[in-house]
Design a protein around this ligand. Sequence first.
Ligand SMILES: NC(=O)c1ccc[n+]([C@@H]2O[C@H](COP(=O)([O-])OP(=O)(O)OC[C@H]3O[C@@H](n4cnc5c(N)ncnc54)[C@H](O)[C@@H]3O)[C@@H](O)[C@H]2O)c1
Length: 362
Amino acid sequence: MTASPAPLSAVFPAESLRAIGRDLLVALGAPDGHARVVADSLVAANLRGVDSHGIQMLSTYIQQLRAGGINVPASGHVEREDGVCLRYNGENGLGQVVSDRCTDHAIRIARALGVAVVVANHSNHFGAGAWWGEKLAREGFIAIVMSNACPAVAPWQGRTPILGTNPLCVAVPGAGGRGKWMLDMATTTVALGKLVHASNLNQPTIPREWGFLDADGEPTSDTAAAQRGKPTPTGGYKGTALATMIEILCAGLSGGAMTTELPVYRTGGDPLGISHSFIAIDPKRFLPPGEFEARMDRLAGLVKASEPALGYDEVLVAGELEWRREAERLRSGIPVPVKLWNRLGEIAAELGVSVPEPIGRV
Ligand SMILES: NC(=O)c1ccc[n+]([C@@H]2O[C@H](COP(=O)([O-])OP(=O)(O)OC[C@H]3O[C@@H](n4cnc5c(N)ncnc54)[C@H](O)[C@@H]3O)[C@@H](O)[C@H]2O)c1
């Protein structure tokens, strides 16, 4: 009889992960409200199946916090407001806290004036763009959310990593308050965190389509080799152009650090100086109330009506996979790689934080 393989992940209900996330951050000096918004947004990414930006990020934030790299109690302040335009200084606070304040400002301004363009400088990693995009879309706005990130990606035809994996999220409201289309993507072929997740699951290989290069610049599907190498821009030069556009609309417009003016490492004591951009557009300023949402439902239907290609059962719209995964993980829990869980457990023990018991193992 052969022994069954050791489980790779422990499964937890979302609330258990939110609780340990909050407790760890509070133990590290974060005010309760700050800890809550960080933990809630990370676990929301796990629920949506975006494990690259779930509680995996917590261990990175904790290293940064312990190195003194984040001004933990800060919430930032408005530097300038002029009509629909607002520039926010994050004061090196937690990226989620800064983004929460900025999206509140975007909602206030777009309600009053139809559009809001809120940019932030001196911030930190804000997690998955979807949390902020969905917050604006729930309020009835078309949301465009972007962030720059520490340099990790060489531009197309280049060798030196100068650009971040700069995420772009576009979320639109659908009828009945439900999201209908939500793009949330890195401007690299996949987010760097997917590689970290594969490593946490001890997967020796990754799909070649993830587009990672080894240290010599050769395409690789070897997890360890990819970790020594770098990701590639999505769609070649178009990915570089998109990442640069994001750099312009975040750092360029906010007066923040651009490309290599940001530090390479996210876990040290140097402030990251990340910039974000939150754009909210009120469709009711263009069309009668409800018409845009109905049109989005129709648009999604038109896309889904396309006949599936060979090897596929259906055509998907952006956001669909994640909404399905969310429904499933709300029922059955969130799998957390044992390797990551052990690391968080060690930190919890050092900080005197209690850890929840898993409800299963897979
Ligand atoms: N804060 C940061 O610095 C930072 C940097 C990079 C990425 N991120 C985050 O990383 C996360 C993951 O990014 P990613 O690029 O790896 O995501 P991904 O490649 O898994 O998905 C990107 C988008 O494509 C859509 N999609 C996936 N499969 C599809 C299909 N078959 N048909 C139609 N649409 C489909 C998804 O719904 C999603 O909107 C995002 O939440 C992003 O915000 C954050």
